[in-house]
Write a protein that binds this ligand. Structure first.
Ligand SMILES: [Zn+2]
Length: 314
């Protein structure tokens, strides 16, 4: 049996800081979670917080080679632990998220922390540096614009449910740069264990595409200018899962049969991408629930993670 989730992935990834626009920064890391920052006239907006304050401080040290503006806003694209638990390192005046993200952190943040720590221990650099759960201080449900000065705005949009029920994207309309969170991945596998597959693969991705981004920073993978292709790959991954798991579900098959069918159909195109093997058992389990009519994703716990893994990746 392969090592549980990403627990066997202990090799440090190369981080690349890319200036993708005037005062717009993206830090990517060979498939590890991406982060970014946007300069306003006299402050910074940071996008995503990493898994621990120690990991976040390493990112901020690199950012500080380019700008010493104070961090006014920290924007969290969704509630997952590896995106939020480094928040305290930013010292931001305001931590922004969708209202559902705040509610999810309150409802299941502790379980998600323990689950993700077990799945991806390497990302939790110095786990003792985490002071506790992160609670956003400013939430919205639809759209929020941050005035960057000089007539520029950073728009935060909720485009529908997708990777979670509280995803937001950060959009710079003048530069046509999109920080998509985990709604779009670029040459990295999708994690859909807390997802709404049918909504994500249709209306939500339609709205992402309609923005017309020229540069896209996905949740994982390199910065891409092939935006249509990246959105297309994300949609294809979801559609293949829906087709294969849906067929097994309709004919009264088992979860294991659904997993094997989805794996066989996805592996030729996506099997070599980061976290593919790690994610797929959790993805298929959630999609099966979704097809059973379970509206909200069941809370993942360290114990449930192991049970699903042992059932499917064996
Ligand atoms: Zn996520």
């Amino acid at each position: 049996m392969p090592a549980f989730a990403s627990s066997g992935d202990l090799e440090e990834k190369q981080q690349t800081l890319e200036i993708v626009g005037d005062g717009v920064y993206a830090l990517t890391a060979e498939g590890d979670p991406n982060v970014g920052a946007i300069e306003a006239d006299d402050f910074l907006v940071c996008f995503e917080a990493m898994a621990t304050p120690t990991a976040a401080r390493q990112w901020l040290a690199r950012l500080r080679e380019h700008t010493d503006k104070p961090i006014r806003y920290l924007v969290l694209s969704h509630y997952h632990a590896v995106r939020v638990l480094g928040a305290s390192a930013f010292g931001a005046d305001v931590i922004v998220s969708h209202a559902n993200t705040r509610a999810l952190i309150e409802e299941r943040g502790q379980q998600d922390w323990e689950s993700e720590y077990g799945r991806m221990p390497r990302l939790f650099k110095d786990p003792g540096s985490i002071p506790g759960l992160t609670l956003p201080t400013l939430t919205f449900t639809d759209r929020l614009a941050i005035d960057l000065g000089g007539g520029r705005f950073l728009e935060l949009h909720h485009l529908g449910r997708g990777h979670t029920e509280g995803d937001i994207v950060a959009w710079l309309p003048d530069e046509r740069i999109l920080f998509a969170g985990d709604l779009v991945e670029a040459r990295a596998a999708l994690y859909t264990g807390d997802a709404f597959h049918r909504e994500w693969s249709t209306t939500t991705l339609d709205r992402v595409a309609a923005l017309g981004a020229r540069t896209l920073i996905g949740g994982r993978g390199p910065v891409t200018r092939e935006v249509v292709a990246a959105i297309g790959q994300t949609r294809d991954f979801l559609e293949v899962m829906l087709r294969e798991v849906g067929a097994a579900h309709r004919r009264g098959g088992t979860l294991k049969e659904a997993f094997d069918a989805a794996h066989a159909a996805l592996a030729p195109r996506y099997g070599g991408w980061p976290i593919f093997e790690h994610c797929l058992p959790f993805n298929v389990s959630r999609l099966w629930d979704e097809l059973d009519g379970v509206e909200r994703p069941v809370i993942w716990t360290a114990e449930r993670d192991r049970a699903v893994w042992d059932l499917l990746q064996s």
